[in-house]
Each structure stands twice: as C-alpha cells, then as structure tokens.
Design a protein around this ligand. Structure first.
Ligand code: ATP
Ligand code: LTN
Length: 335
C-alpha cells in the first residue's frame, strides 16, 4: 500500500451548473486552506453528472467552467492534481468491481437518492441509484486518507469506509479506509429562501443561492430578500435558523467569530446587518471573480492543467487497478 509521508486528500465536485457559496464554504475553500498540508487530488466528476439529464455541449462547457472555478479559488496545479473523472477509465471500471461488494440494501438507504428521485423512481436513471458506488471507487482508488466535503456527503463517505473494509476482509488488505473531513462551520450552508433546506444549485429558485459568479448587484439583492426570523435581534440561536445561517456566512467570509458579529449589531436590526453582509460577500468574492474571468477567456489554460492532471492521476489509478484485478482473480489474458 502506498504510504506517502503526507496524508492523501481526495475530493470531487460535479460539473453540473453554477457553483454557489455553499460549495465554496463547505468544500472548495477547505481544499485551498489545507492544500499545503496534504497530498491532494481533486476531481471534476463528469460521470456523476450523467446521473441527471444533460447534453454533451452543456457537460463539456460545465467541465471547463468547474476547472476554472477551482483554479480561481486558489487550487495550485503544481501542488495538487486536478483532473476530470472520465479521463481516467479506472474509475468506471473499479465502480463495477466494487458494486459486487456493495449491498443493494445499502444503496437503498442513501438519502441523496431518496431526495433526488423523490416520488419519481420510475423515471430516474439507474445511474442515480448506483452513483455512490462510483464515488467510493473515486475515493479508494487513490489510497485516500481524508475526504473534505460538506455535511450532505457524510453518508457516502461512510459507505466508502464500509465497502473498503469489506473488500479488505474478503480479498486481503488492498484499500486504505478513508475518513470524512467535515468542518464544524460551513459544512451546511442553508438556502436563503428556506433555512431548513441546504443551499443547492439544483434549486429551482436562483434567489435561494448566491452563485460564485453573481454580480455585486445580484448578491446585494439576494441578501436583502433573504428570509429572516421573527424578531429583530441579530443573534444565532436554534429558534433563529435564518439568522444563524446568515451569521455563519458573514463569519466565514469576514474571518470574525459569530459572537463578535452579534455584539457589533446589538440593537441595529436586520437592515444594517444585511447591508454589511452583502458588502462582506462581494468583497470576498471579487478576487475570485477577477481570476475566474481571466481563466474563462483562455480555456487553453484549464485544458493543459486537466491533461497534466489526468496523466498524473491515471498513472496512480492504473497501478492500483492491477493490484485489484489480481486480488479478485481478474488477471489479464490478453497478450
Ligand atoms: P446539488 O445541491 O444540486 O445536489 P451540490 O450543490 O450539492 O449539488 P455538488 O457538486 O454535489 O453540488 O457538491 C460539491 C461539494 O459541495 C460537496 O462537498 C458538497 O458536500 C458541498 N456542498 C454542497 N452544498 C452545500 C451546502 N449547502 N453547504 C455546504 N457544503 C455544500
Ligand atoms: N457525490 C459528491 C461528489 C463526489 C465526491 C466524490 C466527493 C463524487 N465523487 C469523491 C468526494 C469524494 C457530491 O455530489 N457532492
């Protein structure tokens, strides 16, 4: 088993539309903050994005946009591998092999499938159901120790642990058992129009999320219109889910504790707080947006990064797959 001196981090993100501040605060920002500390692989999971209807043109454009989002957020391709899942065929291959050690009942219990299929099980793809197995393959293919993700992915990482352990006990020690890396703050940013739901890019109402590419005017408007709780005190409390969410966003973007912000707005009401929150978010996103625009104007940069990333990830994946095939009795007969 590969034993690098630094812990291996792996995480993935779907190229399915615009990224929002939930994706940033819950995942991408932590990847950047921990970049120096770990040996990192970040993957744009285009095969996962096929689980819901899309088109070739959309998926292709979204893949480059996602690469530019990750690069503009501060991922340095010299320090971290950034690649596209479909460029390394071992992901799909290992997914099939692991589906033989994953129980049907385990997949049926996945809450993301239940949420995304709703009452429509007849017309959602079978891929949406088997999606978590592909995610397990992504993770354990690279001897991953840590998986930095938002709270909604916890159940999938637990499945990865169970499947890795089951494989190891059936076929001998082969995979590192990964651990989730979910932060206390920012792991579940809530929707602006309903603080009981997570902020989500598939939400039909674009006012429910702040996209990383929203203009200052759009950000300000969305924050002004964000749902608040009854009362007028700017405090975080269990019976104030909307303010708790907005305070959390303020705190992470401004780098100030929630307690300090509460103190700053004592007696000032929601209006003043929201005006300043909009400014904080706009200011925090401005450097990102400038870099993102430059990268979007020159897609050759992302293409080069992704080609290099696929070569580096592919070499590791191929070596691991050879071991897996031998363990499972699938050694090649081709000459
Ligand atoms: P959708 O909401 O449409 O299912 P998504 O916004 O969750 O999509 P993904 O590509 O599936 O987007 O997630 C990328 C990363 O962002 C994951 O690590 C996920 O846990 C994290 N994430 C997504 N939404 C939030 C949120 N509201 N708060 C914190 N982290 C989030
Ligand atoms: N399922 C995840 C995306 C994802 C992922 C991964 C995250 C696919 N493969 C591997 C971490 C590790 C999502 O929808 N957010």
């Amino acid at each position: 088993m590969n034993q690098p001196s630094r812990k291996r981090v792996f995480s993935g993100i779907q190229p399915s539309g615009v990224s929002h501040i939930g994706n940033y605060l819950g995942a991408i920002r932590n990847w950047v903050l921990q970049q120096e500390q770990y040996d990192n692989i970040f993957c744009i999971v285009n095969l996962h994005a096929l689980t819901l209807p899309t088109t070739a043109e959309t998926l292709h454009a979204n893949t480059i946009t996602m690469a530019n989002t990750i690069l503009a957020a501060g991922i340095d391709p010299e320090r971290s591998i950034l690649f596209v899942q479909g460029d390394v065929p071992e992901h799909a291959e290992l997914s099939w092999l692991l589906s033989s050690v994953t129980m049907y009942g385990e997949l049926r219990r996945m809450t993301q499938f239940k949420d995304k299929s709703g009452s429509d099980e007849e017309s959602v793809s079978a891929a949406l159901f088997s999606y978590p197995v592909l995610q397990v393959a992504d993770i354990i293919l690279y001897d991953t120790d840590l998986v930095p993700v938002g709270e909604d992915q916890k159940q999938h990482i637990e499945l990865a642990r169970d499947v890795a352990q089951r494989f190891n006990s059936r076929y001998g020690e082969t995979f590192v058992v990964p651990a989730p890396d979910i932060k206390k703050d920012g792991a579940r940013v809530m929707s602006l129009d309903d603080p009981t739901k997570k902020m989500s890019k598939s939400d039909r109402n674009p006012a429910s999320f702040i996209a990383l590419t929203d203009t200052p005017a759009e950000i300000t408007k969305k924050i002004k219109r964000a749902v608040t709780d009854s009362g007028s005190d700017v405090i975080a409390a269990p019976d104030k889910p909307a303010l708790t969410n907005l305070l959390g966003i303020y705190s992470l973007f401004a780098g100030i504790s929630v307690a300090e912000i509460e103190e700053r707005y004592t007696g000032k009401g929601y209006g003043a707080f929201k005006t300043d929150l909009a400014e904080v978010v706009v200011e925090a996103l401005t450097p990102f947006q400038q870099r993102f625009a430059e990268l979007q104007a020159d897609p050759a940069i992302a293409r080069n990064v992704l080609a290099d990333g696929a070569a580096r990830a592919g070499a590791q994946a191929a070596a691991k797959m050879q071991i897996v095939q031998e363990r499972m009795g699938l050694s090649q007969h081709r000459t």
